[in-house]
Write a protein that binds this ligand. Structure first.
Ligand SMILES: Cc1cc2nc3c(=O)[nH]c(=O)nc-3n(C[C@H](O)[C@H](O)[C@H](O)COP(=O)(O)O)c2cc1C
Length: 360
């Protein structure tokens, strides 16, 4: 059967579809459990969660599904350790007029901008998820060894064949090969993201030629045609983000979901405006006013923290001008607002498309 692949065998799932993790808020227990219960692999992006929140969310996922699921964290490339007072000043000055528009002061500097990665990794080991997926690098060797001894499968994200080779050499079990069409951040870690922009169609065969572990294709897949194409290119599964983000089970804000369902693919853009790291989103006032002035954008995580607070304040006032509307290039292919229905369609239509070419 088309759905029996090395990835489904490794991950213990029935259908080779992974619901992409969403860091920073849009992940939900309902979305994860809906996809896992439908035979795929639901994933929860825990990048912004403190350890005790991670443990509580994992407990709720386990109540909602007995099937395999993934939790996802962002690795460190060292950049986030070096936020200087100048970065903080820069972010505050850049965003002050926007805060003023909302009638508020720039947020005071927090004690720390993001949760401690070491503590998050300890919580991940305590949770013992069936799958630990990650982006922006490779976990320390001791963490990969601990995952192996605890039976946690590891899934690392590559944006180039070189990154996939490095992940396999580190002992990772499975690769997510993420093309530049994908919504959200470009998780490159060997070279700057701007120098690692390869499309999914080109990336998948390059990666499967270079590694022996299962490869999951990500970026630009929103329907069964994309799943069939990725499998034909040699992928063993597909990770879908934007099309699941638009579903009612996700925790994306209502304005974000509305924008996704109203959109056209040619309108996505790559921007550092929201976090200081390159990411794909729908254009809005923030992406256009920050374009061209990227030197003024503070690095991650300083920019992410000040923009995140600005976005929350804007949403409370009912507009999405200052909010990141992450989306992949296939956003205009979105047809479902139910993750269960999307899964059903992928399972029904993918074999039909694959069969169409069997007779050639
Ligand atoms: C809002 C949003 C947040 C995301 N956050 C993460 C994340 O925290 N970790 C990660 O590995 N991938 C993250 N991604 C990438 C997705 O999991 C997935 O790989 C990608 O969306 C696939 O491309 P597509 O959007 O074209 O389907 C995010 C994507 C979006 C749209």
């Amino acid at each position: 059967m088309w759905y029996n692949t090395p990835a489904t065998k490794l991950l213990g799932i029935k259908i080779p579809i992974v619901q992409g993790p969403f860091g920073g808020g849009p992940s939900s227990v309902e979305l994860v459990s809906t996809v896992s219960n439908a035979g795929g692999l639901g994933s929860f992006g825990m990048q912004s969660l403190e350890p005790e929140q991670m443990i509580e969310v994992a407990r709720r996922i386990r109540t909602a599904t007995g099937k395999p699921f993934a939790i996802n964290l962002w690795m460190s490339n060292g950049e986030e350790m070096g936020s200087s007072p100048e970065d903080v000043h820069q972010a505050g000055e850049l965003l002050r007029p926007y805060y003023a528009e909302l009638g508020t002061e720039v947020s005071a500097k927090p004690e720390r901008f993001i949760p401690d990665l070491g503590e998050q990794l300890d919580a991940m080991l305590e949770i013992k998820p069936p799958v630990f997926s990650f982006v922006f690098g490779i976990p320390p060797a001791a963490i990969i060894a601990a995952c192996k001894s605890l039976g946690i499968l590891t899934m690392g994200t590559a944006t180039t064949a070189q990154e996939a080779i490095a992940l396999e050499a580190a002992g990772v079990d499975c690769i997510v090969a993420s093309g530049f069409e994908a919504g959200g951040h470009k998780g490159s870690f060997l070279r700057p993201a701007e120098e690692s922009l390869t499309g999914t169609f080109s990336l998948i065969p390059q990666v499967v030629d270079q590694v022996r572990i299962p490869v999951i294709a990500a970026g630009g897949v929103a329907d069964a045609r994309g799943v069939a194409a990725a499998l034909a290119l040699g992928a063993h599964g597909v990770q879908i983000g934007t099309a699941f983000l638009a579903c009612k089970e996700s925790a994306a804000s209502l304005p974000h979901r509305k924008a996704l369902c109203a959109s056209h693919s040619e309108s996505t853009t790559l921007t550092k405006a929201f976090t200081g790291r390159l990411a794909r989103s729908l254009p809005n006032r923030m992406t256009s006013e920050m374009s061209g002035g990227s030197s003024k954008i503070a690095p991650y995580p300083v920019q992410a923290w000040y923009m995140g607070n600005l976005g929350k304040a804007a949403l409370i006032q009912g507009h999405d001008d200052f909010v990141s509307l992450s989306a992949g290039q296939s956003v205009s292919l979105i047809r479902h607002d139910s993750a269960r229905e999307l899964m059903e369609e992928l399972v029904r239509e993918t074999p039909k498309i694959l069969c169409k070419y069997c007779s050639f």
